[in-house]
Design a protein around this ligand. Structure first.
Ligand SMILES: [Zn+2]
Length: 71
């Protein structure tokens, strides 16, 4: 789950832009989402690339694990 790191909640986050990049025309290669918090106006970017273990985040958002990972 993605949260605003200022407000520490996902409640006010909006996706303002969402892009999916494809490799070879079919497989999803990268997902890029831009978020804006409507409460404090923070913005952030979430990028997930196929093949990388963790998504990358930029700006004033953070990824939290809502439920524990299975070992
Ligand atoms: Zn906020």
């Amino acid at each position: 789950m993605i949260e605003c790191s200022n407000c520490e909640t996902a409640q006010f986050l909006q996706i303002t832009q969402s892009r999916v990049y494809f490799a070879d025309g079919e497989l999803i290669n990268e997902i890029m989402e831009t978020y804006q918090c409507t409460l404090c106006d923070s913005t952030g970017k979430y990028i997930y690339s196929n093949g990388s273990e963790k998504p990358r985040v930029d700006g004033d958002i953070e990824v939290t694990t809502e439920r524990p990972k299975f070992a």
